[in-house]
Design a protein around this ligand. Structure first.
Ligand SMILES: [Zn+2]
Ligand SMILES: [Zn+2]
Length: 399
C-alpha cells in the first residue's frame, strides 16, 4: 500500500501542466454532445500514454490502464467534459477567456478533464505498482438531458468491466482550495422539470360568468401542488416542489384563454418522486373537472439522485483524511438539492461523488456554478489530482 507522501510526490510534477491544460480547454469550450475537438484532444493525449482508448459515443471516450499486478480489482474514475451556453464575463486581465462566443466552461468541467488527464499520466507512469486496472471515463453531456452518464451506461460496455467502485468529483467554489467534502448516502437531489397548461375560456373581465378563468384556476393549482409536500409526502423525507414561472394574460380587463406554469421537483427517493407525480396528476385532473377546464401536465424526468454507496464513501472519506488530514475533509452534514448525472453510474455500480475546494478570493473563483464569471483556482489540482490517483491505487488509510 502506498503512502500519502509517495502519491503527492508522484503528482507534483504534473500540477503545472494541468493548470495550463485547463486554461487551454477553457479557451475552447464545446456544448453538450458537441465536444468533438475536446474529445480529439483527450484521445490524442491518452494515446501518448500507450493505453487502450475506446470511443463508445460520438463524443467523449473511455480509457483502460492495466496494472502490472494482476487482480480482479477494477476502479472507474469519471470526469465530465462539456461546457455551458453562457457568454463568459470576468476580469479583462484574465489570459484564457473562451474563444467560442456564447459558450463557456462555467461549471468547471475543463478542470475536471485536465485533472483526470493529469491523473491518467501519473497512473500510467506507475502502472508497475498498480493492482488490477483503472477505467477512466471522459463523459460528454453532463449539463443536458438525457445525460451523457445515462447514454454511456446504456451502451452496456461499463457493465462488462467488473467495476467495483466508481468515483467522480466536482469543483466547489464554496469550499476553500485544499478541502474535500462528501458524505455517505444522499449527496445530491434528483431534479425533474414540469410544466402545466391550463386552458379555460377567455372573455371580458366584467363578465366572468361567461368565461372559464384560467388565472383563478392556476392560483388553485399552485396552492394544491404545495399540499403534496406538506400533506402527502412523509415528513421525514426531503422534497421540494417549486413553481418558478407563471405566464398568462395580456391586460387588467381581459380574462385570458390560457395560463402556463413551469416548475421543478427535487427528491431523493423513487418512492417519493413517484408519489409526487401521481398526486400532481390526480390533483390537476380533479381541478380541471371541478372548473370545467382543460389542464395538461408534462413532466420531464431529470437525473436520479446522487446517493453515495456505503463502502465507496467510506473509502473516499478515509482516503481524503489519510492524504490531507482530517481538518481538510468535510463530512457534510446535509445533502444539496442540485443534481448530477453521475447518479446513472451509481444505479449500476457502488460509487461515491465528492467536492474539491476550488474557491479563493485571490483568483476571483468564488462565484457559484453557472455564473458567467465562474472560475477555478489553480490550487484545485493540488488536492484533486492526488485524490483521484489515491483512489485508483488504493492507499494505506492507517498512519
Ligand atoms: Zn453545471
Ligand atoms: Zn458541473
Amino acid at each position: 500500500m502506498l503512502t500519502a507522501d509517495t502519491l503527492k510526490t508522484w503528482c507534483e510534477p504534473h500540477f503545472e501542466d494541468a493548470v495550463k491544460e485547463r486554461e487551454f480547454l477553457h479557451q475552447h469550450p464545446e456544448l453538450s454532445y458537441q465536444e468533438f475537438k475536446t474529445t480529439q484532444y483527450i484521445v490524442d493525449e491518452l494515446s501518448k500514454l500507450d493505453i487502450r482508448v475506446e470511443r463508445l459515443l460520438e463524443t467523449g471516450c473511455v480509457a483502460i490502464i492495466e496494472g502490472a499486478i494482476p487482480s480482479e480489482r477494477t476502479i472507474a474514475l469519471r470526469a465530465d467534459i462539456d461546457a455551458l451556453p453562457i457568454q463568459e464575463e470576468g476580469d479583462a486581465k484574465k489570459s484564457f477567456f473562451s474563444t467560442n462566443p456564447g459558450v463557456a466552461h462555467c461549471c468547471g468541467h475543463d478542470a475536471h478533464t485536465a485533472n483526470l488527464l493529469g491523473a491518467a499520466r501519473v497512473i500510467a507512469a506507475h502502472r508497475e505498482q498498480l493492482v488490477g486496472r483503472v477505467i477512466l471515463i471522459f463523459q460528454p453531456g453532463e449539463e443536458t438531458l438525457p445525460g451523457g452518464g445515462r447514454l454511456l451506461c446504456e451502451t452496456g460496455w461499463l457493465q462488462k468491466q467488473n467495476i467495483q467502485h466508481i468515483y467522480g468529483l466536482h469543483t466547489s467554489p464554496s469550499h476553500d482550495v485544499g478541502v474535500i467534502a462528501s458524505r455517505r448516502g444522499e449527496l445530491m437531489a434528483a431534479p425533474d422539470e414540469f410544466s402545466v397548461r391550463i386552458k379555460g375560456i377567455g372573455g371580458h373581465a366584467a363578465r366572468p360568468h361567461e368565461a372559464i378563468d384560467p388565472i383563478v384556476i392556476a392560483s388553485e393549482c399552485i396552492l394544491a401542488l404545495q399540499t403534496i409536500v406538506s400533506r402527502n409526502v412523509d415528513p421525514t423525507e426531503k422534497a421540494v416542489i417549486t413553481v418558478g414561472r407563471i405566464e398568462g394574460g395580456t391586460a387588467h380587463n381581459i380574462i385570458p384563454e390560457e395560463v402556463r406554469l413551469w416548475g421543478t421537483i427535487r427528491t431523493f427517493s423513487k418512492e417519493t418522486v413517484d408519489l409526487i407525480e401521481r398526486r400532481m396528476h390526480e390533483l390537476l385532473a380533479g381541478l380541471a373537472k371541478a372548473h370545467r377546464a382543460i389542464i395538461e401536465l408534462d413532466i420531464n424526468k431529470g437525473y436520479p439522485a446522487v446517493i453515495n454507496a456505503a463502502e465507496s464513501s467510506e473509502i473516499l472519506l478515509n482516503t481524503a483524511k489519510a492524504l490531507f488530514g482530517g481538518e481538510h475533509v468535510e463530512d457534510m452534514e446535509r445533502p444539496i438539492m442540485a443534481g448530477e448525472d453521475f447518479s446513472f453510474y451509481q444505479q449500476e455500480f457502488p460509487g461515491a461523488f465528492y467536492f474539491v475546494g476550488s474557491g479563493s478570493k485571490q483568483t476571483d473563483s468564488q462565484y457559484v456554478w453557472h455564473h458567467p464569471k465562474y472560475n477555478v483556482d489553480p490550487g484545485f489540482f493540488t488536492t484533486a489530482m492526488p485524490m483521484m490517483v489515491a483512489l485508483a491505487f488504493g492507499m494505506s488509510t492507517t498512519p
